[in-house]
Design a protein around this ligand. Structure first.
Ligand code: PLP
Length: 387
């Protein structure tokens, strides 16, 4: 085991130490940090992209479920924790993703660490994008399969590796559709053609795309019209859907198998009824109100336009997640601190969350931000980046 004191001081030294900072109040995209007086910061670090976590429809659905069923679900789904609301939520997700069935999980981390090991074993290989979320990497590792990482979004590299290493076992390709720390987008149509050519399964994590992309909010899978080519359409309820938990949609056989074999599903308590009810309300809302997405799209375009007009030249990407590259962790932390002085709260994302030397400020745009907020943040950011 490492010496704790040494490890902590080394991390402190290189700007890698993480600590928790409680939020003492939060509403409408503004937050106050404990010990920071009553200073309100504009929050650019939340994944509540559509501002649904404070939406009256979600709150009402959660309240009703709370009063009818209490706070906890009391047991795993396979024991007595299985409620009608879980099934309604799964049906809604299956429909949204254009698949036969779906299964909910306690969280995205649990979904990825449950699904991959249920399907893959040491005779199989997983082809995984290098920038996939840690939960995907952990799921791969736990499965015991051979893990082959391809260069981020580089399908030529993936093809080379498939030709060389595919083997005869089951092969699974895993990607995200919108990458959580880079905000860029996976070319899913091309990927589906490759997975078909090489006879692989394809799993797509839409944690940052569901609700935000697609005519009905079904994510990039919907926008690109590829649901039949995606075997495992996974995503979370904790981001644009304003709730908590996760799902995977697939064919009936796949879901029946996973509910028997995914250990993070079988051996874990069912999602609380109020949480599942809030997620269900969110899934209904995103389908009924495309304006939510259009509003967010307009806001992200406005913010990017302000940065470009101010002379920021690097690529700002196609999504609501905007990475501003800084490089070293300490520099990223210092810039985040300067932004905080200007009442802008954006996270300095550092290794190991992102590769060494690519520490960045991650701006996520949400529907809470007004034009004035976005203009103020762009101005402060341009100053901090010395533009
Ligand atoms: C956030 C995230 C997860 C984990 O989801 P939780 O519900 O927060 O555990 C998984 N995959 C991706 C791509 C994510 O961004």
């Amino acid at each position: 085991m490492v010496d704790l004191k040494t490890w902590l001081s080394q991390q402190q030294e290189k700007g890698g130490l993480r600590s928790l900072r409680p939020v003492s109040s939060r509403a409408k995209g503004r937050l106050t940090l404990a010990g920071d007086g009553n200073r309100e910061l504009i929050d650019f670090s939340s994944n509540d992209y559509l501002a649904l976590a404070e939406h009256p429809a979600l709150i009402a659905a959660a309240q009703q479920a709370l009063l009818r069923f209490g706070t906890g679900s009391g047991a795993s789904r396979l024991m007595s924790g299985d409620l009608a609301v879980h099934h309604e939520l799964e049906e809604a997700m299956a429909t949204l993703k254009g698949k036969e069935a779906a299964l909910t999980f306690g969280s995205g981390y649990m979904a990825n660490t449950g699904i991959i090991p249920a399907l893959m074993n040491r005779h199989d290989c997983v082809f995984s994008d290098r920038l996939n979320h840690a939960s995907i990497h952990d799921g791969c590792r736990l499965s015991g399969a051979r893990v082959i990482r391809f260069r981020h979004n580089d399908l030529n590299h993936l093809e080379e590796l498939l030709m060389e290493k595919r083997g005869t076992g089951t092969a699974l390709i895993v990607v995200e559709s919108i990458y959580s720390m880079d905000g860029d987008r996976c070319p899913l149509r091309e990927l589906v053609a490759i997975k078909e050519r090489f006879g692989c399964l394809l799993m797509v994590d839409e944690a940052h795309a569901t609700g935000v992309f697609g005519a009905k909010g079904g994510g990039i899978i919907e926008e690109d019209g590829v649901s039949s080519g995606v075997d495992l359409a996974m995503g979370t309820f904790g981001k644009a859907l304003g709730s908590y938990g996760a799902y995977v949609a697939g064919n009936r056989e796949m879901i029946d198998y996973l509910l028997n074999r995914a250990r993070s599903f079988v051996f874990s308590t069912a999602l609380p009824p109020a949480v599942a009810a809030a997620s269900l309300a969110a899934v209904q809302l995103i389908q009924q109100e495309p304006e939510l997405r259009h509003d967010l799209q307009a806001k992200m375009a406005y913010f990017k336009g302000m940065l470009r007009a101010g002379g920021y030249l690097a690529d700002l990407g196609p999504s609501q997640i905007i990475p501003i590259q800084v490089g070293e962790s300490k520099a990223a932390l210092a810039k985040a601190e300067l932004l905080r002085k200007e009442r802008i709260f954006a996270t300095a994302v550092r290794p190991p969350t992102v590769p060494e030397g690519t520490a960045r400020l991650r701006f996520s745009i949400t529907r809470h931000h007004s034009t004035a907020d976005l203009a103020q943040a762009a101005k402060a950011l341009l100053e901090v980046m010395e533009l």
